[in-house]
Design a protein around this ligand. Structure first.
Ligand code: FAD
Ligand code: NAP
Length: 313
C-alpha cells in the first residue's frame, strides 16, 4: 500500500513528490505517462521562475527536478493512470497496463492540454502544418512565413520565439486588445517581422497532401484575407485533464466546477478526504510553474498530516 500516489509529473506533481518524500512519507509513487516535466517543457523560454535569470528553456528548467525527488526516494511509474477510485479509506489507482495499486492518499496534478480553435481544416492538417508547439515544430519553418493564432501569453510568447527563426509571423487575434501580459504585448509590437492581424479569426486552413499552403482569415467586417503560409500555430487556451477522476457511472470522484476544474480549498483539499488537487487542473489556478509547484508543496504537507492521522489516531 502506497502512503501517497501522485498522478502527473509536471511542476505540481514533482514538487509534491519532493515534499512528501523529504517530509517523511515512506512509500510514494509518481505516475507520469511521459517524461516528467509537464507542459512547460514545450516552452522555448521561461523568464518568470524566481531566481532563474538569463535565457532558459522550459526543458532545461525542468531537467533537474526528477533527480532531486529521486534523491529522497520518490518512485516513478511511467504509465498512464486511467481512473482513481476510493473504497473506504483506500484509493485505487487504475493504470492502462491493467494493474490496480492501492494508496492511502492521492495528489493529482494532471494539468491541461492545448485546445483546438475549431476552424475548417484544423484537424485534417494537424501535424502536417498545423501545430500547437513552436519549440517542437518551429525549426521546420526556418526563414519561411508562419501564422500564429491567439492573443494570450502563450500565443504572443511563441510568436516572439518564431519571429527569431522565421522570415515573418502573422499574429491573428479575434480582438484588438490582448489577454497577454502588457510587456509581452509591447515586445510583440516592437518586433519588425510580426504583423498583427486583428479582429480576425481563422476561417479555413488549406493545402494538399504535402501539407498546409495557406490560411484564410475572416475580419470582423466580413472581409476574407488569404495568408499564404506553410505553417499555422494555434495557441487558443487549454482544457483541464480531469479524465482520471471520472467514475464508472460517469460522475466525478470529487466536486468539480462547470469548467471541469477540481474544487479545492486553500490547502488543496478536495471534497474527498485524502484527495488533493494541484496546479492547472484546480479552480482559480494562475496557470504558472511557480504556483503549480507551490500547490504541490501545500498538498504534500496536507497529505503527510492526513496519512499520519489515518495511521496513528
Ligand atoms: P502540467 O505541466 O500540465 O503537467 C501535468 C503532467 O501530468 C504532464 O506531464 C502529463 O503528461 C501528466 N499526465 C496527465 N494525465 C496523466 C495520466 N492520466 N496519467 C499519468 N500522467 C498524466 N508558466 C510560467 O510560469 N511561465 C511561463 O513562461 C510559461 N510558459 C508556458 C508556455 C507554454 C507553451 C505553455 C503550454 C505553458 C506555459 N506556462 C508557463 C504554463 C505552465 O507550463 C503550467 O502552468 C504548468 O506546467 C502547470 O503545471 P502542472 O503540474 O499543473 O501541469
Ligand atoms: P489563454 O490565456 O486562455 O488565451 C487564449 C487566447 O486564444 C485568447 O486570446 C483567446 O481570445 C484566443 N482564443 C480562444 N479560443 C479561440 C478560438 N476558437 N479562435 C480564435 N482565438 C481563440 O491561453 P494561453 O495563452 O495558453 O494561457 C493559458 C494560461 O497559461 C494563462 O493563464 C496564461 O497567463 C498562462 N501562461 C503564462 C505565461 C507566462 O506567465 N509567461 C506563458 C504562457 C501561458 P480572447 O482573448 O478574445 O478570449
Amino acid at each position: 500500500m502506497l502512503d501517497c500516489a501522485i498522478i502527473g509529473g509536471g511542476p505540481a506533481g514533482l514538487t509534491a513528490g519532493l515534499y512528501t518524500t523529504r517530509g517523511g512519507l515512506e512509500n510514494v509513487t509518481m505516475y507520469e505517462k511521459g517524461m516528467p516535466g509537464g507542459q512547460i517543457t514545450q516552452s522555448s523560454e521561461i523568464e518568470n521562475y524566481p531566481g532563474v535569470t538569463g535565457e532558459i528553456s522550459g526543458m532545461d528548467l525542468m531537467i533537474p527536478w526528477p533527480e532531486q525527488c529521486q534523491k529522497f526516494g520518490l518512485k516513478h511509474a511511467m504509465v498512464e493512470v486511467t481512473r482513481v477510485t476510493k473504497e473506504g479509506d483506500v484509493f485505487k489507482i487504475h493504470t492502462n497496463d491493467g494493474k490496480v495499486d492501492e494508496a492511502r492518499s492521492v495528489i493529482i496534478g494532471t494539468g491541461s492540454r492545448p485546445r483546438r480553435a475549431g476552424f475548417a481544416g484544423e484537424d485534417e492538417f494537424f501535424g502536417r502544418g498545423v501545430s500547437t508547439c513552436a519549440t517542437c515544430d518551429g525549426f521546420f519553418y526556418k526563414n519561411k512565413e508562419v501564422a500564429v493564432v491567439g492573443g494570450g501569453d502563450t500565443a504572443l510568447e511563441e510568436a516572439l520565439y518564431l519571429a527569431k527563426i522565421c522570415a515573418k509571423v502573422y499574429l491573428i487575434h479575434r480582438r484588438d486588445t490582448f489577454r497577454s501580459a502588457p510587456n509581452t504585448v509591447e515586445r510583440v509590437k516592437r518586433t519588425a517581422n510580426i504583423e498583427l492581424v486583428l479582429n480576425s479569426v481563422p476561417d479555413e486552413v488549406y493545402g494538399d497532401k504535402m501539407g498546409v499552403n495557406g490560411l484564410k482569415v475572416k475580419n470582423k467586417d466580413g472581409a476574407i484575407r488569404d495568408i499564404v503560409v506553410p505553417g499555422v500555430f494555434t495557441f487558443v487556451g487549454n482544457d483541464v485533464n480531469n479524465q482520471t477522476l471520472i467514475q464508472e457511472d460517469g460522475s466525478f470522484l470529487c466536486d468539480m466546477n462547470s469548467a471541469g476544474e477540481v474544487i479545492v480549498d486553500i490547502s488543496m483539499k478536495t471534497s474527498v478526504p485524502g484527495l488533493f488537487a494541484t496546479g492547472d487542473m484546480r479552480i482559480a489556478a494562475p496557470k504558472q510553474v511557480v504556483s503549480a509547484a507551490g500547490d504541490g508543496a501545500v498538498a504534500a504537507l496536507q497529505a503527510i498530516s492526513y496519512v499520519d492521522e489515518l495511521l496513528n489516531h
